[in-house]
Ligand binder design. Structure first.
Ligand code: PAF
Length: 287
C-alpha cells in the first residue's frame, strides 16, 4: 500500500534521500477526493519524474467562513487507491495544525492576477491557495508541479508567484477531464443531486456557444459573454457568478478578443458553485 506521511519532517527526510540519489521529484497538490482529473495529473507526473508526491490537504485558509470547508468531500481510502493505481510514491496528508501552527502569520498575496473572476467572488481564496502551494513547494522541494486547467486562474496565480519569487519549480498544466456529456470533473460534483447534475450541463453548453461564436469570427468579448449568459439563464437551477473573457496571462478583462484569451465562468447550480473554461490561443486572426 502507498505510504501516507503526515509530518513535514518525514517528507523532508524522504525527499532528501531521493535528491541525494539525483532523482527528479514531481508534486501533485490536491485537496483529495481524487477523481479521473486528478489521476491524469498524477499519471503525467509519474511519466515525467522519478518520484511523485501527491498532497491531500483540505486547506482551511482558502475557504471563507461561509464556504464548504466542513462538508468538503473527503475519502482518503479511495485517494490511496487512485494514487497507487496511477503510480505515485507517497501521499502527504498533514493535519491543519501541522501546516498552520497557532501563531502562523505569513501569507503569499498575488495582486492583479488574483483580483478578477474567482478572486472577486471569493475574497482571500487565492491568498490561501498561494500560501499553501508555496508551503508545499518548500516542503517537497519538487522539481515539477502539476495543476489542472479547470482552475485556470489558480494556474495563472501560481505561475505568477513562482516567477515573481524566483521559485525553482516547473509548473505543468494539464487539460480538463470531462464526463462523456461534457461536465468537467470536480470533487464538488459530488454535491449535485440528479436534477442538479443535469442542470450543470449548462456550463459546457454555454462554453460551446462561446466557442461557436469565436469560430464564426465574433471578436467582441461582451457580445460573446452575453450570448453565453443567455444560455445559462434558460436553466432555472443555475445562478451566474461570472461569465468573462480575459487575457489568459494577466486575467484582465479584454473588450476585443485578441492574443491568448481565457473564457471562464462560475455558476451556482443550487448551492454548488462550479467553474469551467476554455483557452483560445492567438484568437485574433486578421481578415
Ligand atoms: O486545486 C486545488 O485542489 C487546491 O486549490 C490546491 C492547489 C491543492 C491548494 O489547496
Amino acid at each position: 500500500m502507498i505510504e501516507v506521511i503526515a509530518t513535514i519532517g518525514e517528507v523532508r527526510k524522504i525527499v532528501e534521500g531521493w535528491k541525494n540519489e539525483n532523482l527528479g521529484v514531481g508534486l501533485v497538490p490536491t485537496m483529495g477526493y481524487l477523481h479521473a482529473g486528478h489521476e491524469s495529473l498524477i499519471r503525467k507526473a509519474v511519466e515525467e519524474n522519478d518520484r511523485v508526491i501527491v498532497s491531500v490537504f483540505v486547506n482551511p485558509t482558502q475557504f471563507a467562513p461561509n464556504e464548504d470547508f466542513d462538508r468538503y468531500p473527503r475519502d482518503l481510502e479511495n485517494d490511496k487507491k487512485v494514487c497507487e493505481r496511477a503510480g505515485a510514491d507517497l501521499i502527504f496528508h498533514p493535519t491543519a495544525e501541522e501546516m498552520y501552527p497557532a501563531d502562523f502569520s505569513t501569507y503569499v498575496n498575488v495582486t492583479k492576477v488574483s483580483e478578477e473572476l474567482c478572486g472577486a467572488s471569493r475574497p482571500g481564496f487565492f491568498q490561501g491557495v498561494a500560501t499553501v502551494v508555496t508551503k508545499l513547494f518548500n516542503i517537497t522541494n519538487a522539481d515539477r508541479a502539476y495543476f489542472g486547467q479547470k482552475d485556470a486562474q489558480q494556474l495563472a496565480v501560481v505561475r505568477r508567484f513562482v516567477r515573481d519569487l524566483n521559485m525553482n519549480v516547473e509548473i505543468v498544466a494539464c487539460p480538463i477531464v470531462r464526463e462523456k456529456d461534457g461536465l468537467a470533473l470536480s470533487s464538488r460534483n459530488a454535491y449535485l443531486n440528479a436534477e442538479e447534475r443535469k442542470a450543470a450541463l449548462v456550463l459546457s453548453a454555454a462554453l460551446a456557444k462561446g466557442k461557436e461564436l469565436l469560430a464564426n469570427g465574433e471578436r467582441d468579448a461582451r457580445k460573446i459573454e452575453s450570448a453565453m449568459r443567455r444560455i445559462i439563464e434558460t436553466e432555472p437551477l443555475a445562478k451566474i457568478d461570472y461569465v468573462k473573457i480575459v487575457d489568459a496571462k494577466t486575467i484582465e478583462p479584454t473588450a476585443d478578443v485578441k492574443g491568448t484569451i481565457l473564457c471562464a465562468l462560475a455558476v451556482f447550480i443550487g448551492k454548488t458553485r462550479l467553474i469551467d473554461n476554455f483557452f483560445l490561443a492567438d484568437a485574433y486572426k486578421p481578415e
